[in-house]
Structures are given as C-alpha cells and as structure tokens.
Design a protein around this ligand. Structure first.
Ligand SMILES: [Zn+2]
Length: 338
C-alpha cells in the first residue's frame, strides 16, 4: 500500500509544480474610451476565442486562490482569471453581455465613492447589483481611488479607505463582499499589506507574472491588458507565461526613492537554464548577473524613473515554448504628480 502511495505522489509532483493562474486586469471594453486603458469589444472577443480554442479554463478569482493555495490536484493546466478595475459603464454595456452569453466568470473591483456620486462613466448600484445577482464577483478597490501609498501613512486614515468601501458594498449589494482588495493604480507598500493582512484580505496588484503558491497573498500579480498590450501577440505571450518559483526577493517593499544598489531573487528550483534567464529595466537589459546556487543577484546602472517602473525577468522553459515571467515592481512616487 505504501508503495502505491509513493508512486501516486511521484506522478502528481510535475502537475503540482504548475499550479498557477494568469490573472488579467482590464479597464474599459469599448472603442470610445481612452485607447491606452481600453480594449475594443471586437478584440476582447478575440481574446476569449483564443482562450477557448487553446484549452484555457477561465475560472473565478476565488476559485483560483483556493485552488492555488491548497495545491488542488484538479487545478487546470492552463487557467486565466478576468478582472475589471473601476466598474466602468462599458463593462456593463459591452463586456457583461459577451461574458454572460459564454458563461464566463469575472470580478469587478469598485471604488465606491464614484458609484455613490453617480459618476457618468461608472456603473450605478443597480447595475452592480444585477451583475452580483448574475454571479459576478464585486469587490473592493478603495473608497476614493486615491494613491494610497502617497497619502498620510496614518493607518486609521488608510484603514477607512478599505473599510468604508467594504461597508458600502455590503449595504448596497446586500451581501458580504469577498476578502479581496485591488490596490488603486496597483500601488502598495508594506504598511498597506499589513492592513490587508490584519483583515484577512487578499491584495491584487498590477504587475506582470502569473499567480502561484510563490505569490504573497497581499501582492498577487495581474497582467494589465489595454492599449498596445491588448493586441493578440502581447495577449498570447502573457496568458502562456509560467510562474517563477521565487521564494525571496530584494527589495521586498517596492516603494523606493532611488535605484536600489542590489537586487536578488532566490528560487525554490530552477525549471529553466540559467543562461536563458534575463531581466530588463525600461527595456534595457540587466547585464551583471551573478548566480550562486539558486540565487541570482544583479544591479541596475540606470537612474530610477519617477512613478511606477519595473524590472521584468523572463526565462524560456526548458521543456516547452512557454516563458517564465517574474516582475519586480518599483514605485518612486512624487506626491505632487498624478
Ligand atoms: Zn483603478
């Protein structure tokens, strides 16, 4: 009997290693909204057609979290989660009918003040309730959509941003919202992560890389789709990425004021060849990598950009044409800029 269990364990190991999901974040689905944050309805349908034709399962965010965290054995080999930030009206008018017809689950992250004040570009509570009753997940994107890492770092002030929104979602939709929070502008720091942790919430960020058991629950990566990242080439590349097994990274807090002197990533194992691993900062390759066992260290000679920037690291899989992808986000946020 013991021998049987040993073989079952051995057979299931390769599958467990790929327990991951690519989470996408869209804003507008429309051909009349700002192109940089929009995907046209025609292109959006192409995205869904591609997923369907290539055996991707579109699962809910909650299912993805549950399945990845528990290393569920039935987790689909290729899976994608669709999320939409800000609750724009175009999601109700354009995306919802398409997704409803195809029975595809999705999540909408709402900044509650914009709904309370009935901003024209946003859904109203009645529309959000209709989505909710149709099984769509409606979740917290703060109350005012402020740059939370730039605000007064007072935890009470920040906590109110989270709790007012959660309270309004509960009241207006008459159900308990899920423990999910999408950071406005994808900006987070360790202070905000602590606030989420004390509430038992998951934090959805906005930087590249698949979600896996190696992701921290308060900074789950999502690929932003919109503008030129809506095109099919970029879309296919992103949904086919694999999660790097990163167990430690420096800097731990992406909120920095100058370019950090040293970066490192430590991996659980190396499913790719070291020579295929490469990183880019603002499209400039990082050249001075030093490997020691399963840890790579490097520095970046460029100045740190103002605003949000990132170091993208990729490596071709040894066994397929797919790419591992891990991003180190960097936030150098000037309080006076938008
Ligand atoms: Zn937003």
């Amino acid at each position: 009997m013991r021998i049987v269990w040993f073989f079952i364990l051995l057979l299931s190991l390769p599958l467990m290693a790929h327990n991951q999901t690519v989470i996408l974040v869209y804003h507008h689905i429309s051909d009349q909204t700002p192109p940089s944050t929009s995907t046209t309805p025609a292109l959006f349908k192409q995205h869904l057609d591609y997923l369907q034709a290539n055996q991707f399962k579109v699962i809910s965010l909650q299912q993805a979290i549950h399945s990845v965290e528990n290393n569920h054995s039935k987790h689909p080999e290729k899976s994608v989660v669709l999320t939409f930030d800000d609750a724009y009206l175009s999601i109700y008018e354009q995306a919802f009918p398409i997704l409803k017809k195809r029975k595809i689950p999705f999540t909408v992250f709402v900044s509650t003040e914009s709904v309370e004040k009935q901003y024209k570009a946003m859904m109203n509570w009645q529309q959000l309730k209709e989505l909710s009753e149709a099984g769509v997940t409606i979740a917290n994107h703060s109350h005012t959509h402020a740059h939370l890492t730039q605000e007064n770092q007072n935890s009470d002030v920040l906590g109110r941003q989270l709790d007012i929104a959660q309270h309004l979602l509960t009241e207006r939709l008459q159900q308990t919202p899920p423990p999910l929070f999408a950071y406005p502008y994808g900006e987070f720091n360790s202070n905000l992560q602590t606030l989420l942790n004390t509430r038992g919430w998951y934090g959805l960020a906005q930087y590249s890389g698949p979600f896996s058991r190696y992701s921290q629950k308060t900074r789950i990566p999502r690929f932003a789709i919109g503008g030129h990242y809506s095109g099919m080439t970029a879309f296919k590349l992103r949904v086919n990425t694999l999660a790097m097994p990163v167990v430690e990274e420096l800097p731990g807090d992406p909120h920095v004021e100058r370019m950090p002197e040293a970066f490192h990533l430590r991996f659980d194992d190396l499913p790719f060849a070291r020579q295929n691993f490469q990183c880019f900062y603002n499209n400039h390759p990082v050249s001075n990598m030093v490997w020691k066992d399963k840890k790579v260290s490097f520095s970046v000679s460029a100045n740190l950009s103002v605003g949000r920037s990132r170091i993208n690291c990729t490596a071709k899989d040894s066994k397929s044409a797919r790419y591992y992808w891990h991003t180190l986000p960097l936030f150098n946020l000037n309080p006076n800029s938008d």
